[in-house]
Design a protein around this ligand. Structure first.
Ligand code: PMP
Length: 455
């Protein structure tokens, strides 16, 4: 009977939490916000004066860097976690852990939201990302695992390793041993079909990827979960065993949904439906797929959806030639997996599930070099007082190219792009002149080249 009462109490608390989460997303402004998640989304849209005035085309930036954990990825991470909670895959305050492979921003968002909601976070990332990102992850209490940057086809690539860590955690949760069942070496891994079928027989581990889970050593573990000393778990831990969630931003469609239901709707309201172009890079493809599809539909196809692609990424050629090539000066056109650029967060040499939804609606793509992104970032700081990260600079170079490509008929039109994160995240690399000089990247604050090139 006590068990039943505790179960009912737990279920009640969970439904209250769900309701609270839903409410806090919608209120903003002159009310008190209940917890940090309520600060996610509803970001302002800014008219970038220097560019708009020079072009006669309005260039509007969606200030995603104003999200509480500093980037566009806050929305996506919250949606992924909320969806997993709704599906009954993870429960707060039970020691459950969220795993992700990320070049930084998503990890920071997941780490922060995890803390706010009562989860642990384990983040695997390439060891060459700006060190301020690693610092932030540590501050937010995440377990950080830096790995050598390697190709995505390598099992030690950060995404593959994060998936493996999640599987290992699923095994270590010793669900069955705790509850007296026969120990099993096979963690229950959900397929997208199982997820779609709902959370009744919720698996211990969510793997939304299409990629088969890597095989693991067959030795069964008798290892007990470590005692929880950091206060995240244990509060309701009498019943719920800790569970692992592989967030899997590349393949998890909650990513696209977060943008379709959030970013896109906000842009539509903020522009009162007057938007002629949308420019975005692709790191997972979630932004361009979610926002792009919404705007295409709402404008009956009139809004141009344009991809901004940093050097070293293969998507520019995918859009123009239908074949994915990454270009490097030394090697020319070649299929490569690693994206070779100073820009962090965007560029892809493979088609993720999220990106696949964007490909049919992308009208054009512009390629942006590291030097061009650097020049744009310095121009914006000096002319507009905007201190932005590298992917925002790439987006703005591409926005200017799109505006100029319209010629005279573009006068008075509007382009919306994403200001993904702030320059504060990029002080040690993109905003470090010494670093850039060593890397042979020219530094200028002039964007005259954009107004001189032929269109
Ligand atoms: N900018 C930054 C700084 C990012 O971290 C990301 C995500 N990797 C993006 C842009 C691109 O967004 P998306 O993953 O939606 O393609």
């Amino acid at each position: 009977l006590t068990g039943l009462a505790l179960y009912a109490l737990d279920a009640w608390r969970r439904s209250l939490r769900k309701l609270a989460a839903k409410r806090t997303i919608e209120i903003r402004g002159d009310e008190v916000i209940d917890g940090v998640e309520g600060l996610i989304g509803n970001t302002p849209l800014i008219r970038i004066k220097s560019l708009s005035d020079a072009l006669g085309v309005e260039i509007l930036g969606k200030c995603e860097y104003m999200n509480p954990f500093g980037s566009v990825k806050d929305r996506v991470s919250l949606k992924i976690i909320q969806q997993a909670e709704e599906d009954g895959l993870i429960h707060p305050h039970t020691g459950s852990c969220i795993f992700e492979g990320t070049s930084g921003s998503t990890g920071i968002s997941i780490a922060g939201i995890a803390r706010a909601r009562g989860y642990k976070a384990h983040i695997v990332l390439p060891d060459d990302v700006a060190k301020e990102k690693v610092k932030m992850l540590q501050v937010l209490g995440a377990e950080v695992e830096p790995v050598r940057p390697v190709s995505i086809v390598d099992p030690s690539h950060y995404v593959n390793l994060a998936r493996r860590r999640a599987l290992e955690f699923g095994k270590r949760t010793v669900v069955s041993q705790r509850s007296g069942d026969t120990p099993t070496d096979t963690p229950r891994v959900s397929t997208p079909a199982m997820i779609a079928a709902g959370g009744k027989n919720a698996p211990d581990l969510l793997v939304t990827s299409n990629t088969p889970a890597p095989s693991r050593p067959a030795t069964p573990t008798t290892e007990k979960p470590p005692p929880d000393l950091d206060g995240v778990s244990g509060r309701l831990g009498y019943r719920d065993p800790p569970r692992g969630l592989f967030a899997d931003q590349f393949e998890n469609m909650s990513n696209l949904v977060a943008h379709q239901e959030g970013t896109a709707v906000e842009i539509w309201k903020q522009t009162a439906g007057r938007v002629d172009g949308f420019v975005s890079g692709a790191g997972t493809g979630g932004t361009i797929a979610g926002v792009g599809r919404y705007l295409k539909e709402k404008t009956a196809g009139r809004c141009d959806i344009v991809l901004s692609d940093p050097q070293g990424s293969g998507l520019y050629h995918k859009v123009h030639d239908g074949v994915m090539y990454a270009e490097t000066e030394a090697e020319g056109k070649r299929r490569r997996y690693q994206v070779d650029t100073i820009v962090e967060g965007i560029g892809l040499n493979r088609i993720t599930r999220n990106l696949s939804k964007a490909l049919p609606i992308i009208d054009n793509a512009f390629r942006v070099t590291d030097a061009e992104a650097v020049a744009m970032s310095r121009h914006l700081a000096v002319q507009d007082g905007l201190f932005l990260g590298s992917s925002s600079a790439v987006n703005l170079v591409a926005s200017v190219r799109l505006a100029r490509s319209w010629g005279r008929k573009g006068r008075g039109r509007r382009i919306v792009t994403i200001l993904c994160d702030s320059g504060a995240r990029h002080v040690s690399r993109f905003w470090n002149d010494e670093y850039l000089e060593k890397a042979g990247i020219p530094i200028s604050s002039s964007i005259n080249f954009l107004f001189e090139e032929a269109v």
